[in-house]
Design a protein around this ligand. Structure first.
Ligand SMILES: *Cc1c(COP(=O)(O)O)cnc(C)c1O
Length: 432
């Protein structure tokens, strides 16, 4: 039998062996005070820690577990693949099946390459855009997160933003010079950058709905505006749909808003819980990727059979269950309205943003439309709220600058438990 140490002693041991005790910074709970919970298992909408507590799950592995935990079809597919061998490093039918499904589901993708994480997908996509356009610079947006590639760690969002270190040591000045940053939802700023760097911009990369500064929606006409700016200046438009892909709709944000990027990056849901990423887009551009073309990109474990089986089963499920996105939307709307009623009950006018199954409660009364306005949130208050939610049995992301990720395992009854926990949590915060 496993020896069950509790979270505290595991974290102490982890800190001796792993930097900060975690393998990804936001997990350390530093932005909210306290220490991370070590998780034992999860089922449906519930998470169980090594201390014997259970929580309603609103992180869902930061998005991938959109069907909740313990989906039987995915479990079965993984077991079958495992029995055939975890890896070959050679082509398999599963890869072709996943590619076929992605091309069918995501409107702008004609060809796709599998990688092992969202970070790899975005890094590869900008290399491809640079190779294809023979230009060097990229434009990204304040508060958007595209993984930990050097080019993106220039005033990045999410974990980095929370910890107050906008740049990372180890990223060279040369790299920083090639990354330009504009505020989200501001077309004039992008136009100005393009004018100032004439014929030097290879790509504009954006989260079409931002999820890494909390949930921030693109304003009316914004994505269309970026599309036409890119068209006029021969710039590759990349939608980073690592979070929004297969979450907001079968075909992601691009389907929802009807704006087609040249390249799309995917991750999270695409692996059904296994580590997978992908980038894809127009044939003409994708055929620049080796061995079809000269832009090098490779991966020993890319297209891994277990990951492909999990991913295929996940995508197939989403593709063949028409009602899933309206079901998620209905539950999300219920939680949104419940939280709003709770805020009213405690006489607070805080801002909430929502789209599909992504929701953020910002501890600010300002409208949140970009990183600047997101940062007006009271993060100390958020920390108290986070810990109060935990005490009331709900596990949300340990940062103000994240969204709730709902799963189909949350039914109306569980949604109402979340709403009740939210009210109790809000009432328990002193100074609120
Ligand atoms: C999570 C995320 C990434 C990074 O993916 P990893 O798998 O963590 O490397 C990139 N872009 C967006 C929009 C994300 O949400």
């Amino acid at each position: 039998m496993l020896i069950k140490e509790n979270s505290k002693s595991l974290f102490q041991k982890a800190q001796q062996l792993i930097p900060g005790g975690v393998n990804s910074p936001v997990r350390a709970f530093r932005a909210v005070g306290g220490e991370p919970l070590f998780i034992e298992s999860a089922k449906g909408a519930y998470l169980f820690d090594v201390d014997g507590n259970s929580y309603i799950e609103l992180i869902n592995s930061w998005g991938p577990m959109i069907l909740g935990h313990g989906n039987e079809a995915i479990e079965q597919a993984v077991i079958e693949a495992l029995r055939k061998s975890p890896s070959f490093g050679a082509p398999t039918e599963a890869e072709v099946n996943v590619a076929e499904l992605i091309v069918e589901m995501v409107p702008s993708i004609e060809k796709v390459r599998m990688v092992n994480s969202g970070t790899e997908a975005t890094m590869s996509a900008i290399r491809l855009a640079r190779g294809f356009t023979k230009k060097n610079k990229i434009i990204k947006f304040e508060g958007c997160y595209h993984g930990h590639g050097d080019s993106f760690l220039i005033a990045a969002g999410s974990g980095v933003a929370t910890m107050g270190t906008p740049d990372s040591p180890g990223v060279t000045k040369g790299t920083a010079n090639d990354t330009l940053t504009a505020p989200y939802n501001n077309l004039e700023a992008v136009e100005a950058l393009i004018q100032k760097n004439k014929d030097q911009i290879a790509a504009v990369i954006i989260e079409p709905v931002a999820g890494n500064m909390g949930c921030v929606l693109p304003q009316e006409g914004y994505l269309q505006g970026l599309r036409s700016l890119c068209d006029s200046h021969g710039i590759i438009l990349i939608f980073d749909e690592v979070m929004t892909g297969f979450r907001l709709a079968k075909g992601g944000a691009q389907e929802l808003f009807g704006v087609m990027p040249d390249l799309t990056t995917l991750g999270k849901i695409i692996g059904g819980g296994m580590p997978v990423g992908a980038y894809g887009g127009r044939k003409e551009i994708m055929d620049w990727v080796s061995p079809a073309g000269p832009v090098y990109q490779a991966g020993t474990l890319s297209g891994n059979p277990i990951a492909m089986s999990a991913g295929f089963t996940m995508l197939n499920h989403l593709n063949s269950h028409e009602g899933i996105y309206s079901q998620l939307d209905k539950i999300s709307e219920r939680i949104f309205h419940g939280f709003q009623a709770n805020l009213k009950a405690v006489s607070k006018n805080y801002t909430m943003n929502r789209i599909g199954s992504m929701i953020s409660l910002f501890f600010t009364e300002n409208k949140v439309t970009d990183f600047e306005s997101a940062k007006t949130s009271d993060t100390e208050l958020f920390g108290k709220y986070f810990n109060a939610m935990l005490e009331n049995g709900v596990y949300i992301a340990p940062s103000q600058f994240e969204t709730l990720f709902l799963s189909t395992a949350i039914d109306e009854k569980i949604a109402d438990l979340i709403i009740t926990a939210n009210l109790t949590a809000l009432k328990s915060i002193d100074g609120l």
